[in-house]
Ligand binder design. Structure first.
Ligand code: FMN
Length: 321
């Protein structure tokens, strides 16, 4: 499927989702070498005032390492990579980052928090394709009207700013009118679930949280271990920390002195070790989707993708038997 597109060169129908403060070049390179699409948010490439854009350096490294891998391994080439642009007006870097990505001919562009025609045109100007992430069918139509090539249905239980809709509901509504590339996200963590996403009508599984517990992720060791130790019951869906609903690890909320089951009380604020200032989402309060019950150890990205591949093929065989 999608043979002539960057989406066609995958070992498994998996796109690894971009994660703020978690995905960097090491993770992306490992994901792509393992045969699945790796990605990172452009905003993760930070730089001090007056310094050259770190995004430029990251794209140079990723491009060169994947090219070298492809030359050395023509029989198992790397999957292409994606860069995520937060196109919300609060992102004052977006024009500059778009220009850098176009210059490096980024093959896949993931846009979130608003759809913009100029960003889609910039991606198309360098033969890139745009996947836009949406939480409902109305935003999905809007994104395609504005020129996105494909969609990511971000459903209940996803890490980050998850939607509230069931994946069954959203995928079937989108598939009533859209035949193009569609990825599904929300708690997918096993090869069996990747096949399940396809059975429901999606082309790709979009997986984030399990990759936090990999050696290549830029996350504190205690964050990785919390992913291993937690399950769906340990996830809190709240707008308390950023103003937008998102899924977080309850133990990380407790770790800053707050009660995840009672966040509105004044007592919570008084208990904060940082005074009455709320801790920062993502930096202090750690994000995760509900699917992490399937993560039992911190592993390399290659080992985790091998596991997904084994499970996916076994599930396919079992269904066809
Ligand atoms: C810690 C964390 C940070 C995230 N940051 C971003 C981001 O910067 N941009 C974005 O589009 N999505 C972000 N997401 C959402 C993911 O891209 C994706 O939709 C989600 O991880 C999929 O659900 P899963 O974690 O259950 O696999 C983030 C998710 C997590 C867990």
């Amino acid at each position: 499927m999608y043979k002539d597109s960057p989406l066609g060169r995958l070992r498994l129908p998996v796109i690894c989702s971009p994660m703020f403060l978690v995905s960097g070049p090491d993770l992306v390179i490992a994901q792509c070498k393992a045969g699945v699409i790796g990605s990172f948010p452009a905003l993760n490439a930070r730089e001090a005032d007056g310094e050259p854009p770190q995004l430029d350096a990251w794209l140079k490294r990723i491009t060169e390492e994947l090219d070298a891998h492809n030359q050395a391994n023509p029989d198992r080439p790397a999957a292409p990579f994606a860069v995520n642009q937060i196109v919300h007006r609060s992102n004052d870097r977006v024009e500059r980052d778009v220009e850098i990505c176009a210059r490096w001919k980024v093959p896949i562009w993931i846009t979130s928090m608003g759809a913009r025609e100029d960003v889609n045109q910039a991606a198309h100007s360098c033969d890139g394709i745009v996947l836009h992430d949406v939480i409902n069918n109305r935003f999905a139509r809007k994104a395609i009207d504005k020129g996105a090539d494909g969609l990511i249905a971000v459903c209940a239980g996803a890490g980050g700013h998850a939607g509230g809709l069931s994946p069954f509901a959203l995928v079937q509504e989108i598939r009533e009118w859209f035949n193009g590339p569609l990825a599904l996200s929300g708690s997918i963590a096993t090869g069996r679930s990747v096949l399940g996403a396809q059975a429901m009508g999606a082309d790709f599984a979009y997986i984030g949280s399990p990759f936090i517990a990999t050696s290549e992720a830029v996350a504190a060791e205690s964050y990785k271990q919390m992913i291993v130790d937690s399950g769906a019951d340990d996830i809190l869906y709240t707008s308390y920390f950023s103003g937008v609903n998102a899924n977080y690890l309850k133990p990380s909320v407790r770790a800053v002195g707050l009660d995840p089951d009672n966040l509105t009380g004044e007592g919570n604020k008084l208990n904060l070790s940082t005074g009455d200032v709320r801790p920062k989402a993502w930096r202090d309060i750690w994000g995760s989707g509900q699917g992490i019950g399937a993560v039992h150890a911190v592993t390399t990205t290659a080992d985790y993708v091998d596991r997904l591949d084994r499970e996916y093929r076994a599930a396919k065989e079992a269904l066809c038997a």
